[in-house]
Design a protein. Structure first.
Length: 127
């Protein structure tokens, strides 16, 4: 099989793996949206210069200010009745999830197209 076809499969697979990891972090953010003191996780992507593959980068914590929630009966509330909520915005998380899903699907289509091209190549070679 041609190196270009193998490379295409590798590129698509690395993209799917990176987007799957991104979706996992987005789902963790959504699950912890109501967790006091939770900082949103943001994932970066790297591209390996030697191979061109997409590699998941570091996972960073969003250091934006935590929401102050007024609930004097909460065990974490201070003297003023406030406690630190999370900095997760569900609208942003849903948008990130949709973007990651579409990127995953695009890589999946590329993988499938490469597989079909490989199958066609094998069919031609059998003749």
């Amino acid at each position: 099989m041609s190196n270009d076809l193998i490379s295409s499969l590798s590129f698509a697979a690395s993209g799917m793996e990176a987007q799957a990891m991104r979706l996992r972090h987005v789902s963790e953010n959504i699950a912890n949206a109501d967790t006091p003191g939770y900082h949103r996780k943001v994932m970066t992507f790297d591209q390996a210069m030697e191979t061109g593959l997409v590699e998941p980068g570091r996972v960073l914590l969003d250091r934006s200010e935590l929401a102050k929630i007024y609930d004097p009966g909460h065990p974490l509330a201070d003297d003023t009745g406030h406690y630190d909520g999370s900095n997760v915005d569900l609208v942003i998380e849903i948008a990130d999830a949709r973007e990651a899903q579409r990127s995953y699907e695009a890589n999946l289509r590329m993988f499938d197209q490469t597989r079909q091209m490989t199958q066609s190549l094998f069919d031609l070679l059998r003749r």
